[in-house]
Design a protein around this ligand. Structure first.
Ligand code: GDD
Length: 411
């Protein structure tokens, strides 16, 4: 793989966000590993990743696929797009009959393709018991006389992250189950591997946490019988706009902002703040508290900006634009988009970094655009943020999981 490298970046405290990198070649041929770790191969502005570097990360990478009632044929394509060396963790939240269908499909893929997968149901009482026993009861709710993990995409991602830790993986990536193009899924995983490799070994930062966020090349829609390759989805457009506004206000030392964070932002940086497709070092995923539902991705940014401080490990965030278009199930309705937007904006609105002038503007936007899913004065409901996974008792978690959950017994 060959990426274009961008030297521009923004810095908020210990977090460095790089301006967009781009995939220049999906397959850059047979190149040797660069001799010095900090010497980009070939040219200053591009970087070629040998297969060996990509494979080295993939062998340690768990790909979590959160899945809520997606078409099994589409899910099948997603699973087959994930590189063989990655561990697949499918976290499903659907009725038991369909769960059986998914299980059989996954088993077939694992057997014929000789690979490792874990399939888990979000509502498995054994999973809930493991989290409760390990000290993370906030993630769990009573259900039919027992307990289960709460519904939501963020909650599914937490289960996947915990399983990746139990399976001793160092990296974790997320891929939605409704992607219609297996080749795009494959590209995302390769980009995760290349990006993590770059962030860890080529940025000159000692022992960083690393995160890679995908910026889709386009999100095609059909309009008047023609395919239109739009650059942003409706939800991303709004979340990215307000995230950029938040970051811009940080540079203009507002009296409202109670922070001693050291900030260096280029106002023109382009942020991919709500991308569902992203990857990170597992220890970062264990440190960043997950927000519920669809607030999960923007919350990662807001958390990193407002909470991590000097003395902690630096965080390198790469944003990489892929080549494949992102074609997914976009028929989930207007209400779905609005709820997703409200979740994302809520993390920005309720951030301690958001000054009151920005909040007032956001209320105006929410009142006019998201009336049904916000309060009458336009305030987005504060989302639930769970305690971070790192603080769980991992020995207890593993023991209960192994006793109660069939799917993890082979780990
Ligand atoms: N296990 C589980 N449990 N999976 C869930 C749940 C849940 O409660 N809710 C949603 N999912 C799964 C879906 O099945 C899908 O695979 C993935 O999470 C994303 O959910 P969608 O409902 O398809 O989201 P979207 O495609 O509209 O939005 C995506 O892109 C946004 C950016 O534009 C998501 O990835 C968002 O998180 C992202 O912000």
């Amino acid at each position: 793989m060959r990426l274009s490298i961008n030297q521009r970046s923004a810095r908020v405290g210990i977090v460095q966000i790089h301006e967009m990198f781009r995939v220049l070649e999906l397959d850059a041929g047979d190149v040797a590993e660069p001799k010095q770790s900090h010497a980009p191969s070939l040219s200053r502005d591009t970087f070629v990743f040998p297969q060996t570097s990509i494979r080295a990360v993939e062998k340690d990478l768990a790909i979590v696929v959160p899945c809520m009632n997606e078409d099994p044929d589409i899910l099948d394509g997603v699973l087959r797009g994930i590189p063989n060396d990655c561990l697949v963790i499918l976290v499903s939240n659907r009725n038991l009959a369909n769960f059986e269908v998914e299980s059989k499909m996954l088993e077939l893929i694992c057997t014929t393709n000789e690979r490792k997968c874990i399939h888990i149901h979000q509502k498995d009482p054994g999973v809930a018991e493991a989290f409760m026993s390990a000290g993370l009861s906030a993630l769990v709710e009573p259900q039919d006389g027992a307990h289960s993990v709460r519904s939501g995409k963020g909650e599914a991602m937490m289960i996947g992250t915990a399983l990746a830790k139990v399976a001793h993986r160092c990296f974790i990536g997320f891929v939605d189950a409704d992607n219609l193009v297996p080749g795009a899924v494959n590209e995302y995983c390769k980009v995760y591997a290349a990006g993590l490799h770059y962030a860890l070994y080529q940025t000159g930062t000692e022992d960083p946490h690393a995160m890679v966020r995908i910026k889709w090349n386009s999100k095609p829609k059909v309009r008047d019988g023609k395919i239109v390759f739009e650059k942003f989805g409706r939800s991303s457009r709004a979340t990215n706009y307000w995230m950029n506004r938040l970051l811009t206000t940080l540079t203009t030392a507002s009296a409202d902002i109670d922070t001693d964070t050291d900030i260096d932002i280029d106002h023109n940086l382009d942020f991919a703040s709500d991308t569902g497709e992203h990857a990170m070092t597992l220890d970062l995923a264990l440190t960043v508290p997950f927000a519920s539902g669809y607030a999960v991705e923007p919350h990662q940014y807001v958390h990193c900006f407002s909470t991590l401080s000097k003395g902690e490990r630096p965080v390198q965030i790469l944003q990489i634009e892929t080549r494949n278009p992102h074609v997914h199930d976009c028929g989930k309705g207007d209400g779905h988009i609005k709820r997703m937007q409200a979740g994302g904006l809520s993390t920005i609105y309720h951030s301690p970094l958001a000054p009151k002038e920005l909040k007032a503007e956001m209320r105006g936007f929410c009142k006019s655009q998201l009336g049904e899913v916000c309060s009458v004065d336009g305030e987005p409901e504060e989302c639930v943020v769970y305690p971070c996974l790192q603080d769980m008792d991992w020995e207890v978690f593993k023991k209960v999981l192994e006793e109660k959950v069939e799917a993890v017994k082979s780990l």
